[in-house]
Design a protein around this ligand. Sequence first.
Ligand SMILES: [Zn+2]
Ligand SMILES: [Zn+2]
Length: 322
Amino acid sequence: MKALVYTGVGQLEMQDCPDPTDEFVVKVAGCGICGTDLKTYQKGHHLFRPPTILGHEFCGTVWKAPADCGYAVGDPVLVAPYTECGKCERCTSGTPEMCQDKSYVETGAFCEYVGMPASYLQKGVFRIPEADDAYTLVEPLACVLNGMDHLRSKSPRRALVVGSGPMGALFALLFSTRGIPVTVIEPARLRREAVAGWGIDARESGPVEDGAYDAVIIAVNKRELVTDYLKAVADGGTLLMFSGLGRDEMVCMDAYSIHYREVTISGSFGYAMPHFRQALDLVGEHREQLSRVITHEFPLEDGKKAFELLAAGQAFKIVLHP
Ligand SMILES: [Zn+2]
Ligand SMILES: [Zn+2]
């Protein structure tokens, strides 16, 4: 099969790779480029050593299935890239996204076919009406829903999203589909104007009103933003560190806000299956609105061009088609 292989930092090459030999095989229709894929391409990643195939936000059609598994060849399906075990200490204590024994789809999806064992069917494969690009948004949206779960107020009166990369943009769209007034801070003009075009308040920079937002989402990996935007959180509100910072990075915060104003600082990483199922429903309900975040599509062969476009901040979500 054809595959876009990550062969080292800054390198992606089309190669001929062996077809998967697993019991269940999905023919990839589209796969979104995730922030993690981009980070790996730009700087390398300890979990993805080259040569390897990246990409985990994909949907497609069944290509091969065991008899009586409930799926037939040609059925449109969505695959969760990983699922929690449901049994470990983390899973049973209410934080399944931190599961210590996750099952993963072993290979990436920037290629024609992805295989998995039949045992994965019950846990991480979902029937969808059609293999539409919108379903590639379910995984990133599941991560956004996990972030939403970490907000102390489940129905914030006002929300602030700092940074509108693809994930910040999804947060903003989700707040707006829920009727929650949201402001986005985004210095890059192209992204800011796109968000404004969706009818969302988008500003180039702060200052923003002190104590005005029940939820502040930091969707850029710059630690000083946590310090800067803590004052914008309302009493009893939450600042969510959605973007990941390095292991050794320290954040400075004003202690007054934490104690006297009961501001919660939280973080979120990945998703658990309840978020994934909820995200699947949401994409079904708000397909058109959420799809705005997909600004480009490219054939797999032009994958490198797509990564470069994202690196330059010239796109939100890009979906690659084999
Ligand atoms: Zn992702
Ligand atoms: Zn677990």
